[in-house]
Ligand binder design. Structure first.
Ligand code: SF4
Length: 359
């Protein structure tokens, strides 16, 4: 049996694994063992599953596979942020960013994962968008990024605690809500307490404003954080920067967001990339205050990280501070995002994973 005919176990729930082991005439409890090896110990090889009988390991290897994305290489930033290049079974590549946070001398990590290979939205300032769209990722490939990242990180740090990764943000390559079914399946898998066990409140789904997806997400009744990539507060400018705005203009997007904030009683985060002389004028600040003040919102300002070949500039720091002050004076809850991983092109909008590019 070649690899293509093998049954993929990554992405299966424990009850799906029970059906699988029963189908190969094995007792149900083997599913529990497999589940643990896959989701708690991120093991891709049956031969490493030391509590399975040797014959069973051979048998499993003949009929099944666990396709954790293959780690190719990493870059490490001065600030400790890492960027991993991962490869899927069909050789498609995505980048995953791992960001450390230290509290009381204990460092834990947030993983920024991709939901698509490339992105169809085509935001004007984004390296991923400039590279075009290749395909959606399957749920097991999305979850696999967290598992492969945890495995690589644990190996490098010589730590094997399952709580090494505590937060997951869907802010890598792609528009998660345009890959809704696989994305939401992956959220439930990440949250499964017997498995990877990332709390719902530690998961953030970021969208450029795919309103149909926001409405579907609302029906799930989850406690995940919704983040909106806003970047402009009038339709004319937003149409240019985030072309999805032509389909869902600001008034429609904001109505959906308000509904989400009210029903979930969760603050919605608005990401706003600061582009010099494009969206950082006083009138942009005034428009944002008018738009967001009535909403339970946090605003994250992200100074632009320049991408070669794209014609946008990062504002000088006095302009950045001025913009921040206009917003806070207007009563908004604003954070100026700490710069992470800019020296390794791991920052927002810089992920590309081009085949020919040296990471
Ligand atoms: S910013 Fe996000 S939504 Fe826009 S093109 Fe880049 S990856 Fe896609």
């Amino acid at each position: 049996m070649n690899g293509q005919n093998k049954i993929e176990l990554l992405g299966m729930s424990q009850s799906e694994l029970e059906d699988f082991v029963t189908s190969i005439s094995e007792p149900k409890f083997r599913a529990r063992q497999l589940y643990k090896w896959i989701y708690q110990k991120q093991t891709a090889s049956f031969y490493e599953m030391s509590d399975l009988p040797r014959d069973l390991r051979y048998k499993l290897d003949e009929v099944a596979q666990i396709s954790l994305p293959r780690f190719l290489k990493q870059r490490v930033s001065r600030d400790g942020t890492r960027k991993f290049l991962l490869e899927m079974n069909d050789k498609k590549r995505v980048e995953t960013v791992i960001i450390p946070q230290t509290h009381d001398k204990n460092t834990q990590y947030t993983v920024c994962i991709s939901s698509q290979v490339g992105c169809p939205v085509g935001c004007a300032f984004c390296a991923t968008g400039a590279g075009g769209f290749q395909r959606n990722l399957q749920a097991y490939e999305i979850v696999g990024q967290v598992l492969s990242s945890r495995r690589e990180l644990a190996k490098r740090l010589k730590r094997n605690d399952t709580e090494l990764i505590t937060n997951v943000v869907y802010m890598g390559m792609g528009e998660p809500l345009l890959n809704y079914d696989e994305m939401i399946k992956s959220v439930y898998m990440l949250n499964e307490h017997k498995g990877i066990n990332i709390g719902q409140r530690h998961i953030t789904i970021s969208t450029a404003g795919e309103v149909t997806g926001i409405k579907k997400l609302l029906q799930e009744d989850l406690q995940v954080t919704l983040a909106i990539s806003l970047h402009a507060c009038d339709n004319e400018l937003r149409n240019e920067l985030v072309p999805l705005n032509k389909k869902y203009p600001l008034e429609i997007l904001l109505a959906a967001v308000r509904e989400y904030a009210e029903k979930s009683n969760r603050r919605v985060t608005f990401e706003y990339v600061l582009l010099d002389e494009v969206n950082t004028r006083k009138k942009d600040a005034e428009a944002m205050i008018k738009l967001l003040k009535p909403i339970l919102a946090n605003v994250n300002l992200i100074p632009y990280n320049e991408v070669s070949g794209l014609n946008f500039k990062r504002p000088a720091s006095n302009r950045i501070n001025q913009f921040y002050q206009w917003l806070t004076a207007g009563g908004l809850n604003v954070t100026l995002r700490e710069e992470r991983g800019t020296d390794i092109e791991a920052a927002c909008g810089q992920l590309a994973a081009k085949k020919d590019r040296q990471m």
